[in-house]
Write a protein that binds this ligand. Structure first.
Ligand code: MN3
Length: 241
């Protein structure tokens, strides 16, 4: 009797296994045909590329732990928001936060903002970069701030003036004039209907605390040594074309 029951279990388990495999075969298409997921791109350089100005340990944690968490939390919140929002590219999503269901709006603002801001931030830095801006961008900086040094001072003041966690951004306004904007948390200019930023600095403590502790100003001074001005210029020229 016991053997019979055991055999029945074995057969039932085999049948269930076959059924499961079959069901997975059909259901498996969900993965490829389902709504797209946001993913974390690799850094465009090694974790130690920005040494000694931004240390490898900070870069590794910042990218592989902090940024990855924003991506994971964004996907989880979007799954609850619905397919309409899951199918939006990140820029469109940032511009449509007011349409989100209230239950997930804050999570998507914070984590979507975190994903956008960090994705941008990584491209704005690099190794062996130009010492400063040139061409049309330099002309615009001189026109709107008086000089490159005056711009750097104003940008640093905005970064230092952001109380607590946040970002300082440089972006063109509706007339094409360059403006500096400091924003809290993971907010960005897209959320208030402004243009995409062309330069950004992360002033959350996780961006600098291991090396600089409370010395945010020294971190911002050294940020200039790793700015990828060619990318800033490319972004600026994309606005003017
Ligand atoms: Mn950060």
């Amino acid at each position: 009797m016991t053997d019979f029951i055991m055999s029945a279990f074995v057969v039932a388990a085999m049948l269930f296994g076959t059924f499961s495999a079959f069901a997975q075969g059909i259901g498996g298409t969900n993965t490829s045909e389902g709504p797209p997921q946001h993913t974390l791109a690799p850094l465009p350089y090694s974790y130690d590329a920005l040494e000694p100005f931004i240390d490898a340990q900070t870069m590794k944690l910042h990218h592989s732990a902090h940024h990855q968490a924003y991506v994971n939390n964004l996907n989880a919140a979007l799954a609850k928001a619905g397919e309409e929002f899951q199918r939006m590219d990140l820029v469109t999503l940032m511009r449509n936060l007011d349409k989100l269901p209230e239950s997930v709006a804050t999570a998507i603002r914070n984590n979507g903002g975190g994903h956008y801001n960090h994705t941008l931030f990584w491209t704005l830095m690099g190794k062996d970069t130009a010492a400063g801006p040139s061409g049309k961008l330099l002309e615009a900086i001189n026109r709107d701030f008086g000089s490159l040094d005056a711009f750097k001072e104003a940008f640093k003041a905005a970064a230092l003036g952001q109380f607590g966690s946040g970002w300082a951004f440089l972006l063109p306004d509706k007339e094409g004039k360059l403006k500096i904007k400091a924003m809290p948390n993971q907010d960005n200019p897209l959320m208030s209907g402004c243009a995409e930023p062309i330069l950004a600095v992360d002033v959350w403590e996780h961006a600098y605390y291991l090396k600089y502790q409370n010395r945010r100003g020294e971190y911002v001074d050294n940020f200039w040594k790793v700015v990828n001005w060619k990318e800033v210029e490319r972004r600026f020229e994309a606005h003017t074309n």
